[in-house]
Ligand binder design. Structure first.
Ligand code: ADP
Ligand code: ZN
Ligand code: ZN
Length: 754
């Protein structure tokens, strides 16, 4: 009797495929992988059922080409999480699994360790006084690094340690190398640096989280697992709380997974975790080679790594013995994947914790309204750090009314005067402008022609340094024209201040104070961002000009003045999340100021000083803003008090995108009516349907890269009916004939509506 297996393949279809195993082939387990013929090519798929009754005539089934792994790639709890994710996001399982696997594995390789050579101190090396190597600076650096723990050959290389110095230390018997990789058993409790004495609020937080841990000592089993919101302004010592709770987890021999925003994974962040514990730290991010990622993944899965630090996709790292999951800056948009498999790493983390029974800490100075709502309803524990740690003082906030003021390249007289004062006092100033390039558009002074992108419904940005017009949506570039494209006039002017222009204006205005611009354009070169940040922290620059990149996580102790130059766009945006994002940005940017003993100020330039959002933020702070915003969301029936899903479609033909969404709309409505007839839902003729299907309508960015874009919104006051409707409809949507001329995607809990 042949064995039939059911496979999920990385194809955009939700159905599974049956294959037959040859008698000599081993029988793979659930979650194992096989190579199979699919159409005219080979594909690697995941086994989702073994010993099935084939769905089609068994004699028509094709044979498995090879069994790549008999054993499952993921431990069972992780496998369950991935199954859940595929059903929650209504995304094809084969694509979810393939997405979650490391790249090297995606290409069909078995996940195996490469020869790992690690360097570590010998007993003699451990006993060496670091000062005795004063005359050999290279050796001193190596010693200092290895005192914090063993390093792999690749890590040594990345640190650019001198091979000659390493060789010399090996010859002296201070350093040895080994080929094997020890398992992380349990951290021995030896700290590399002395922790701070906690302030009372920090102590409460560490105590509460520690008591909820599911360590063998606490023996809480799943009952203790808990989600914590750790809300504390920047500099209030959240990281210190993480570190002290981590000590407990590591001491119990469990692992810690720390997720940080894409932009937050700086060498400083990594150093803070490495410097505290003598325990193996793995860093997972997109800058690694495929092999490095795979090695990190394996070391996490098999329990060689104690601390795993990574960005969004690190949530898919299998862990041998996970004890605690920390999400720093939990409100950050980068935890949401915006294309393909559109998951939210924060939400998956919470699901994972609930399934596996460990605690989660969500840290932020500006928690998302979703998380705050959960804290208010007591589903999450709420811990607060209201004071800045150490001697740092709270920042002073102020508003500059731009109405009728003279502006000099976006800077008001009032701001210029305050800047001068702070600079003359020897401090640094940070100017925040979230628009890179020189100007946001080029236009003709005579006829009003505007430099639009040919492929998008958007203006092209002027980049003076490269003499180009660039489209920030599709990447198109062309040279800055000398003449108007419409009337031929040479009177071309720019509109909308960008960071390049600001930098130029600042250099003229404050020639004696060196300035630096930090944005995506100025930091394209690898290592450039770190160099700038270090130079800024050293005080080489007195004026820091930056976009979003500067808003997060960096410590500039001598910055005493921060100004947001132009945020009015967010006040009148159609996106219901725009006020929340502005409030978060404001608090995060303000958090850069005055972290040492110097008191910081934040100044907001606006044409709408009386706008309620601005008033609330500046006078009462984020918490009051969030309270008001949550009340508004509740009244308007918006998330977190409603569930949403967004269908997007795009096509080169305008009508094709709209027609596809109309067909989806009709299918959903038909399905809804059918289930009402079957009595599956509670609604009656007087009620509005449980799920509102709104659209199709053109997307705010109605055309991008030559494709027309449409949206269809699903809105419901609770999750269950929305998911029921989608669950019942997805297989129908896959076969719509309209999908031949347009592409569609589904976004559950959408964050971005452009
Ligand atoms: P956050 O993560 O909230 O931004 P950090 O943990 O980075 O805050 O703390 C900010 C600064 O205050 C750091 O330099 C840290 O070393 C210091 N710090 C933290 N906790 C204490 C404490 N209890 N006493 C003194 N200094 C502290
Ligand atoms: Zn013109
Ligand atoms: Zn474009």
């Amino acid at each position: 009797m042949p064995t039939y297996i059911r496979i999920a393949l990385p194809v955009p279809l939700r159905r599974k495929y049956d294959y037959v195993l040859a008698p000599e082939q081993p029988v793979p387990k659930l979650g194992g992988r096989v190579r199979v013929p699919f159409g005219s090519r080979d594909m690697v798929g995941f086994v989702v059922a073994v010993g099935v009754e084939p769905e089609i005539d068994a004699s028509l089934l094709r044979e498995v080409i090879a069994v790549t792994d008999v054993e499952p790639l993921w431990p069972k709890p992780m496998w369950q999480l991935l199954l859940w994710a595929a059903s929650y996001y209504h995304h094809p399982l084969g694509e979810v699994l393939t997405h979650a696997a490391p790249i090297a594995v995606k290409q069909g390789e078995p996940p195996s360790y490469t020869q790992i050579k690690r360097f570590l101190l010998t007993e003699a090396g451990t006993a060496v006084d670091i000062n005795s190597l004063k005359r050999a600076a290279q050796q001193q650096r190596i010693l200092a690094a290895l005192q914090k723990g063993a390093l792999s050959a690749a890590q040594m290389k990345r640190e650019e340690f001198s091979p000659a110095a390493l060789k010399a230390m090996q010859d002296k018997g201070l350093v040895e190398s080994e080929q094997s990789l020890p398992k992380f058993e349990r951290w021995d409790g030896a700290l590399l640096e002395q922790p701070h004495a906690l302030n009372p609020q920090q102590a409460v937080a560490v105590g509460a989280i520690t008591a909820s841990l599911n360590t063998p000592e606490q023996n809480n089993t799943s009952a203790g697992a808990k989600i914590w919101l750790l809300e504390g302004v920047t500099g209030s010592g959240k990281t210190e709380v993480y570190l002290q709770v981590m000590a407990e987890v590591l001491n119990a021999g469990q692992q810690v997974l720390v997720l940080v925003p894409e932009i937050g994974l700086t060498p400083q962040t990594v150093a803070r975790f490495r410097d505290r514990f003598q325990a193996p730290v793995i860093v997972l991010h997109s800058g690694l080679s495929d092999q490095e990622r795979l090695q990190g993944w394996l070391q996490a899965r098999d329990g060689h790594a104690a601390i795993i630090l990574g960005t969004r996709s690190a949530i898919f790292t299998p862990l041998h013995n996970l004890g605690l999951l920390i999400i720093d800056e939990e409100h950050d948009g980068s935890f949401k994947q915006q294309d393909g498999f559109r998951y939210n790493a924060r939400d998956l983390a919470i699901k994972r914790a609930q399934q596996e029974g460990f605690s989660v800490v969500l840290g932020s100075a500006t928690p998302s309204l979703e998380t705050l709502a959960n804290a208010r309803s007591k589903r999450y524990g709420h811990l607060q750090l209201s004071n800045r740690a150490g001697e740092a003082q709270p920042v002073k906030s102020g508003v500059i009314d731009l109405k009728a003021q003279r502006l000099h390249n976006g800077l008001s007289d009032q701001l210029l005067a305050v800047m001068q004062k702070h600079l003359d006092a020897g401090n640094q100033v940070l100017l925040f402008l979230n628009r890179r390039g020189f100007a946001s558009a080029l236009l003709c002074h005579e006829c009003g022609w505007v430099s639009e992108c040919h492929r998008c419904q958007a203006n092209m940005t002027v980049h003076q340094q490269t003499h180009t017009l660039q489209c920030h949506h599709c990447g198109a570039q062309r040279r800055i024209p000398r003449q108007c494209g419409h009337c031929g006039s040479t009177q071309l002017i720019t509109r909308g201040l960008g960071t390049e222009q600001l930098e130029e204006a600042i250099a003229k205005r404050f020639p004696n104070y060196p300035a630096v611009r930090i944005d995506r354009d100025s930091t394209r070169k690898k290592g450039q961002l770190e160099d700038y940040l270090q130079a800024a922290a050293r005080g080489d620059y007195r004026i820091l000009i930056g976009t979003q990149m500067l808003a997060k996580g960096h410590h500039f102790p001598n910055v005493t003045l921060v100004s947001l130059l132009d945020v009015d766009g967010a006040l009148f945006s159609a996106d219901f999340r725009a006020p929340e994002r502005l409030a978060q940005l404001y608090v995060q940017v303000a958090g850069r100021a005055g972290r040492a003993s110097k008191r910081g100020s934040v100044l907001l330039q606006t044409h709408h000083p009386d706008h309620p959002l601005i008033q609330e933020l500046v006078q009462n702070g984020y918490q009051d803003f969030a309270q008001t915003a949550l009340t508004e969301r509740e009244q308007a029936l918006m998330p977190p008090y409603a569930a949403m899903a967004l269908f997007r479609a795009e096509a080169t033909e305008k009508s094709a995108a709209e027609a596809l969404l109309q067909a989806i709309h009709d299918t959903l409505l038909a399905q809804q009516t059918a289930s009402e007839h079957n009595g599956q839902t509670a609604s009656n003729a007087y009620d509005a349907p449980e799920v509102a299907v709104i659209g199709p309508m053109p997307a705010p960015l109605a055309r991008r890269a030559g494709r027309f874009r449409y949206q269809l919104m699903l809105h419901a006051t609770s999750r269950a009916p929305l998911h029921r409707l989608l669950q019942a409809s997805m297989h129908l949507l896959e076969t719509l004939p309209q999908a031949r001329k347009a592409r569609w995607s589904l976004d559950i809990d959408p964050q971005d509506f452009t």
